[in-house]
Write a protein that binds this ligand. Structure first.
Ligand SMILES: Cc1cc2nc3c(=O)[nH]c(=O)nc-3n(C[C@H](O)[C@H](O)[C@H](O)COP(=O)(O)OP(=O)(O)OC[C@H]3O[C@@H](n4cnc5c(N)ncnc54)[C@H](O)[C@@H]3O)c2cc1C
Length: 550
């Protein structure tokens, strides 16, 4: 008999006082803040697609796919077995399945197919929900959604792409787009010597006749290199210009795009962010030579909305997991959720999340609007929202992790994964300072944007005197010049005021009062869990706990 054979006398000890696994929740139906904000801003109809995805994304099977896609990141396959270049990223099957779920639920195109207002609200809500299963796949999905307005600059060229993109389903393997059920589109702007400053790009475009060019150069970041095409910036004779670079060249061969390596990133593991080189890659010019930034900015504007929606998802999953944990574990004769210090933490996190949800859905509605005031508001508010939500996110996720105690630090829970994901939305699509400076520029150059902001805040006037006072102080600051070193402070104040105004108008009284008292009135500590004495912690925390824990 082997020395260490298992003994039949050894029984597993009883495992108790552990919460149930967080599986099988409808991620939309159990999220009061999101339900209320999405339906308010998008209309009743958005509830159905959101609830459908909420059920799927919260299912055990899809949550498992998210975990697997992160445990098995993509690999670069530069050559085939015979030494021919193929430049492919090979993904785990879970990645392809998640892409399928995302496109089956129309995250990439609902904004473009909706026959009534609310399409962008539905899109943002769907993206936030899917992020709770896995964030990495939302990068290609977001870029595909956001490419549409840029592609529309040149419909004679991009018509076949738009036809495949809108209404398309996921069709991963490389092939000419004519034979595909759907396409995905990426974006390649950033080069080694300059990302924020795209005018430092060195990639050159040489004309081949008509709208066709050949590109020579590199891109330092190109996420989703398996996309069917990329919107890219390169210098042509007339200046920095925007091109659509297909992976399959018009003659049916593989285009001259070499994937040099995949980035070894902090998080966002399932997404194959790469470095690429263009070796005479064939590309179509979109818009006019020299007008590249004004074409691609239409894409960036929409991916910025997704940095807000993605952040919402990155906040929500850890918060929901934290609530599940504290409601299901007892310490010192009470559930953690009933321990006053923990309830105060959950309430404070809940307030932060409620404000993030209200702001994201309001900004998404502005993307649906046709009026110039909507467009002006969207331009300003998406920058405010991106800046503020993404800045708040890492500490928020960390605090949700701590609610779990030790197990939150363990990779079997999704907390480490979401923690690693949490700084990313602040960096891409315009890093913090760039966004703050963008807000200053918009305020200076577009009076309609400032007017739309002031008008939005005024809708809450009379609802809370602390909010009114803060609005007055901000108006005084608008009257004077703002320097670049003040940009972050101004953006913070504007973003929090906007959040406060939305909660005062629409939020439950306890939520609005708690938010304004702490974030605007200044009666707040330095960490989460430090709401003022008068805050109705029970009412705020119940909105998080009841839907998940009953
Ligand atoms: C995971 C990941 C995936 C990415 N995927 C893509 C992709 O698919 N396609 C793509 O094109 N790019 C992609 N990027 C690149 C990303 O968009 C850039 O990294 C980002 O725009 C910043 O550019 P940079 O890295 O060159 O930094 P820099 O431009 O050098 O900026 C460095 C810092 O300086 C600040 N800064 C810049 N200008 C000013 C100023 N005037 N005053 C004060 N501060 C300033 C910035 O805010 C930033 O904090 C990706 C990045 C990451 C991390």
């Amino acid at each position: 008999m082997p020395r260490h054979a298992p003994s039949t006398q050894l029984e597993t000890h009883e495992v108790f006082n552990q919460p149930p696994a967080f599986i099988g929740h409808n991620l939309f139906d159990t999220d009061r803040a999101m339900c209320e904000a999405a339906v308010r801003e998008g209309g009743d109809w958005v509830g159905e697609p959101l609830s459908k995805l909420g059920a799927v994304a919260g299912s055990e099977a899809v949550l498992e796919l998210g975990d697997l896609a992160n445990r098995h990141p993509p690999e670069l396959v530069p050559f085939d077995r015979y030494g021919q270049r193929i430049d492919e990223a090979r993904f785990h099957p879970s990645y392809h399945q998640l892409m399928g779920v995302a496109m089956d639920h129309h995250i990439h195109d609902i904004a473009w197919t909706a026959d009534r207002p609310g399409g962008h609200v539905a899109h943002a809500g769907l993206l936030a929900l899917m992020t709770q299963a896995e964030a990495g796949v939302l990068c290609p999905i977001s870029m595909t959604y956001a490419a549409v307005p840029a592609l529309r600059h040149q419909p004679d060229i991009t018509g076949p792409w738009l036809e495949k993109l809108i209404g398309g389903t996921y069709d991963g393997p490389l092939g000419p787009i004519a034979g595909k059920r759907g396409v995905t589109v990426g974006m390649a702007m950033t080069e080694k010597q300059g990302g924020s400053d795209v005018r430092a790009n060195t990639t050159r475009a040489h004309p081949l006749g008509g709208r066709l060019y050949r590109l020579v150069g590199h891109k330092w970041f190109c996420s989703a290199p398996m996309s069917d095409g990329f919107l890219t910036l390169a210098y042509a004779e007339g200046g920095l210009s925007c091109f659509l670079v297909p992976r399959i060249a018009p003659d049916g061969s593989r285009n001259g795009i070499q994937v040099m390596r995949l980035k070894d990133k902090l998080g966002n593991k399932s997404n194959a962010s790469s470095e690429i080189e263009y070796h005479d890659a064939v590309a179509w010019l979109l818009g006019e030579e020299g007008r590249g930034v004004s074409v691609i900015i239409d894409m960036v504007h929409h991916t910025r909305l997704d940095t807000m929606a993605g952040t919402l998802g990155i906040m929500r999953r850890p918060l929901a997991e934290a609530v599940n944990h504290v409601a299901g574990r007892r310490v010192f004769q009470k559930t953690l959720a009933d321990q006053p210090a923990m309830r105060a933490v959950i309430a404070d996190l809940g307030l932060e999340y409620e404000a993030a949800a209200a702001l994201t859905m309001r900004v998404a509605r502005a993307f649906d609007g046709e009026a110039e005031s909507d467009r002006a508001f969207a331009r300003l508010a998406v920058a405010l929202g991106k800046y503020w939500l993404t800045k708040r996110c890492p500490n928020f996720v960390y605090e949700c992790m701590e609610c779990h105690g030790g197990v939150g630090y363990v990779e079997e829970t999704p907390l480490p994964r979401y923690f690693r994901e949490s700084p990313l939305n602040a960096i891409w699509e315009g890093s913090g300072n760039v966004i703050a400076l963008d807000v200053l520029r918009t305020l200076r150059k577009e009076p309609a944007a400032m007017d739309s902001f002031v008008a939005e805040i005024a809708l809450a006037r009379g609802g809370d005197r602390r909010l009114d006072a803060a609005a007055g102080r901000l108006a005084d600051r608008f009257a004077g010049p703002a320097g670049e070193s003040d940009a972050r402070r101004l953006v913070e104040d504007m973003a929090v005021l906007l959040q406060g105004s939305l909660l005062v108008r629409h939020g439950p009284e306890a939520v609005a009062d708690g938010f304004v008292a702490s974030r605007i009135g200044g009666d707040w500590g330095r960490c989460f869990g430090t709401l003022p004495a008068g805050a109705d912690i029970d009412a705020i925390a119940r909105r998080q706990i009841e839907p998940l824990a009953g």
